[in-house]
Design a protein around this ligand. Structure first.
Ligand code: MG
Length: 403
């Protein structure tokens, strides 16, 4: 007799102060369940409602083994599709179903995806600081831990170290916000790379995330100016609304380009890959709908020599990180994995977190995703309903910028 879906519910928790949404799928088989990441931290309440009010009524009673059909049906059930809220809700169920299938097969998910092509996923870590020395000291600490690739930012996105100077540049009555100065930012990035290369030579690989802060032609210029420092990749230099500019950027610079954490719709992604305009795809796996579409996207990228670098900040849950690692170790064209790291509270709430050792993250070999959630402990870390403020990014004259 088929094992069917008996219940689906969201678990909202914030062990590190960042709201996370986990979906639990309970089956008709006693004790058999799966969990998946549905974290869209800025709209977590809406995702949780979508899971409870739409995914559960749609899917209770369905055969748990039919992952592909369930994914396709969930995607078109609302007729309008490819938005961040519903894609995350679908991901929560999708990853939980892969977890369940692995437990039924007594295999880790990476085995279901074709098996390991490497033992562990090489990661990059984040180093930022208000001064060049501070960034350098963090890079050094990572290097001493065996990390080979580091993303460097001077004062966070948009170089917020310039906040103070900017106050005098604002017009009277300017809105509050996360202010930054496009020119000051660009000059500081070049100086930072010069400083880090002078201090460490080429003994460490470096990335930088522009976070769509620049006008397109400025993003092209910065990519060219950074060429002597040989970046591992140059990330989110353009907004998804400006992807036509990648063709211009490609013709101008050999700096490797990474893009994709803000993409929802496959049509945003495919032209960049098929026209070989990027080097790394950076989608947020839950944002595109889970393991099912991510595996297909990885395979599509392989045909065009584009490598994967799945988005992995603190607002990817440990369950989402586990899903990423299963994809990483089983995808030939894996490039690198972003790794924010876990604090003790996350390790306690999520037994079985993937483990970081000397710059590599290892999946465990338990069946399924190999990670669980302590629901009682999760309740001790309630999510806050505060809206994010960092997305309210502004230029010196007060104009709203893309975050
Ligand atoms: Mg990014």
């Amino acid at each position: 007799m088929a094992v069917t879906i008996k219940d689906i519910y969201p678990i909202c928790t914030a062990p590190e102060g960042i709201p996370l949404v986990i979906v639990k799928v309970v089956t008709s088989e006693p004790g058999l369940y799966g969990i998946g990441c549905a974290t869209y931290t800025q709209r977590w309440i809406t995702v949780a409602n979508a899971v409870t009010n739409y995914m559960k009524p749609l899917l209770v009673g369905k055969d748990v083994t039919r992952i592909e059909d369930i994914w396709q049906m969930s995607m078109v059930s609302a007729y309008w599709r490819n938005g961040p809220v519903l894609n995350n809700a679908i991901s929560g169920v999708d990853e939980a179903l892969w977890d369940i299938k692995g437990k039924m097969a007594n295999m880790p998910v990476y085995d279901l995806l074709g098996g390991k092509v490497r033992e562990a996923a090489r990661v990059y870590r984040h180093a930022d600081g208000r001064t060049l020395e501070e960034v350098g000291d963090r890079v050094q600490a990572f290097m001493e831990d065996g990390v080979q690739v580091v993303r460097i930012q001077h004062g966070g996105y948009g170089g917020n170290a310039y906040q103070q100077a900017l106050e005098s540049m604002r017009p009277e009555g300017a809105c509050a916000g996360a202010y930054y100065d496009p020119l000051g930012y660009q000059l500081s990035v070049t100086k930072l790379f010069e400083y880090i290369r002078n201090r460490f030579g080429f003994n460490v690989e470096l990335c930088h995330d522009v976070h769509e802060h620049l006008d397109p032609i400025e993003a092209v210029r910065l990519a060219k100016e950074l060429e002597p420092y040989r970046l591992f990749f140059y990330e989110d230099s353009l907004a998804p609304e400006q992807i036509e500019w990648f063709e211009i950027m490609r013709k101008q610079t050999h700096t490797p380009i990474a893009m994709g954490e803000l993409f929802n719709n496959p049509r945003e992604i495919t032209p960049l890959i098929a026209n070989k305009l990027i080097d790394f795809i950076r989608c947020h796996v839950s944002q595109i709908g889970g393991i099912t579409p991510a595996k297909k996207l990885a395979s599509f990228c392989e045909a065009f020599s584009v490598r994967t670098a799945w988005h992995g900040p603190g607002d990817t849950s440990p369950v989402g990180h586990a899903a990423d690692i299963h994809l990483d170790v089983s995808s030939w064209n894996f490039g690198i994995q972003e790794w924010a790291g876990f604090k003790q509270a996350s390790l306690d709430v999520f037994p079985g977190c993937p483990e970081l050792k000397k710059g590599y993250v290892y999946p465990n070999d338990k069946p399924g995703l190999g990670i669980d959630i302590d629901e009682e402990l999760a309740k001790k870390f309630p999510c806050s309903e505060k809206l994010p403020t960092w997305t309210n990014c502004r230029r010196p004259d007060g104009t709203l910028n893309r975050p």
